[in-house]
Design a protein around this ligand. Structure first.
Ligand code: PFF
Length: 439
């Protein structure tokens, strides 16, 4: 079987960045930052990105590139034993659980896109928009319909090979999304009272940093960078040969962080200018953004364009999420008596995703639990195991030099990287876990 890969280095970066940049940046980051003290959260978040986001991202890319396999085969291929196989199950489990609630939120975005097209938000202020969100969200059949739509679209892209579907889409859309966000930020900063929002977001008030804020920032870092579930192992396996892992990682991180900060620069000034609370949780951007867009010139066109881009940003993420599970199923069944080819695997995973998505819609507690379980537990746990596996276990078996050759890291940088991977990453994750257990 011919192994698929991205056809260019830019293609891989765009696809990986497209997977990382999504609702996590535009929907989740502002509301979690809003609930956790704004600037204090931003500071801890940036530290998380540097201290463990970066080393883990490099590591996942490296595992994928070196092994050329999805999570199922990667740990076995690198270690030469099946002892670490269970980690791949943890990865697909996480991917499936995230898919459940991620498709719900993607469904909200599609709903808002259709409403933007029909000019529903015209004349609504923030409180009317809050009520509107409540009504829309209470309409279960509608929400399920809008949740199924992105599942089908994602499955359709994955039906074809990675380089055809994912790469082409991401290359065009990422730059467009950034441009649109810059325009929106420019408009928001002209609103009266926007400076209070900028202060809220950029003033680092150390007294607001609590263990809870650290925990939330850490979870958000995993979620936003898509680390701790093998998404980058899966994409790493499709890396073109000459690609530099360090450069690719830095580019993905910079893009992802830039979009999250940009989302904050749009949301918080608007929140204060419109007099709404920054602490209203998951509905925040759906209340604030349509109101911002109404203030733009060409309001209708701006709304349609923005929600269109948001839907696409969400889709490039659902594509990478579903690819984790699809690649796993293909590889896991390949040697069995009933191998599932790519298309059958896509059908199986999509069907499962629909079931989980419906559960999240019908039982809001499952929605919350799925988010907390993955960002707060399974992703950090997988990351901890990956750092021990690559930092401690592989070098023992003589894989250290292999590792350096694959990542292409210069000696010095390689040493710093390994130090972070071996000590800083596990220590931080362990500390946060112990704190969570109340110890
Ligand atoms: N990083 C994505 C976001 O910020 O929206 C969410 C995500 C995508 C998480 C893919 C995990 C993943 F594998």
């Amino acid at each position: 079987m011919k192994k698929s890969s991205f056809s260019s280095k830019v293609g891989l970066i765009m696809a990986a960045a497209g997977g990382a940049v999504g609702l996590g940046n535009i929907w989740k980051f502002p509301y979690i930052a809003g609930e956790n003290g704004g600037g204090a959260f931003l500071l801890v978040y940036l530290l998380c990105v540097l201290l463990f986001g970066m080393p883990l991202l490099i590591t996942e890319f490296m595992i994928g590139k070196r092994s050329g396999k999805s999570t199922y085969g990667a740990f076995r291929a690198l270690s030469g034993t099946t002892h670490w196989q269970w980690m791949s199950w943890l990865c697909v489990f996480t991917a499936m659980v995230i898919m459940g609630f991620y498709f719900v939120v993607t469904g909200w975005c599609f709903n808002y896109l259709i409403e933007a097209l029909t000019n529903v938000f015209h004349g609504m202020d923030a409180s009317a928009l809050a009520e509107h969100f409540r009504v829309v969200n209470g309409n279960l059949p509608r929400m399920i319909g809008f949740g199924v739509l992105p599942v089908l679209l994602t499955a359709a892209v994955l039906w074809f090979d990675v380089n055809k579907g994912i790469e082409r889409l991401s290359k065009i859309l990422m730059p467009l999304l950034l441009l649109m966000m810059i325009l929106m930020a420019g408009r928001v900063l002209m609103l009266d009272g926007s400076n209070i929002g900028m202060q809220f977001f950029f003033q680092f008030d150390y007294t607001k940093i609590t263990p809870h804020v650290v925990m939330e920032a850490m979870g958000q870092c995993f979620f936003s960078l898509s680390i701790g579930l093998g998404a980058l192992i899966t994409y790493g396996a499709y890396m073109p040969k000459g690609q530099n892992v360090l450069a690719a990682s830095v580019q993905v991180i910079v893009l992802d962080t830039l979009v999250a900060i940009m989302a904050g620069v749009i949301i918080f000034p608007a929140v204060f200018a419109f007099g709404v609370s920054p602490e209203q949780g998951p509905q925040l951007v759906f209340v604030v953004l349509p109101a911002v867009l109404e203030q733009m010139s060409f309001a209708w066109l701006s709304s349609v364009l923005f929600f269109g881009l948001l839907c696409i940003a969400a889709l490039t993420s659902t594509i990478s999420l579903m690819e984790v599970a699809v690649a796993f199923v293909c590889e896991a069944t390949a040697a069995s008596r009933h191998p599932l080819n790519r298309r059958k695997s896509v059908c199986l995973v999509a069907a499962l995703a629909v079931v989980l998505m419906i559960l999240c819609i019908v039982f809001p507690a499952i929605f919350d639990l799925s988010d907390q379980l993955t960002a707060g537990f399974t992703m950090p746990l997988t990351a901890l195991c990956i750092s021990i596996f690559v930092g401690w276990v592989l070098p023992k078996s003589g894989a250290g030099s292999v590792l350096r050759n694959t990542t292409g890291l210069k000696r010095r940088v390689g040493q710093v990287y390994l130090f972070f991977l071996r000590w800083i990453v596990p220590l931080i994750i362990l500390m946060v876990f112990l704190n969570g257990l109340g110890l």
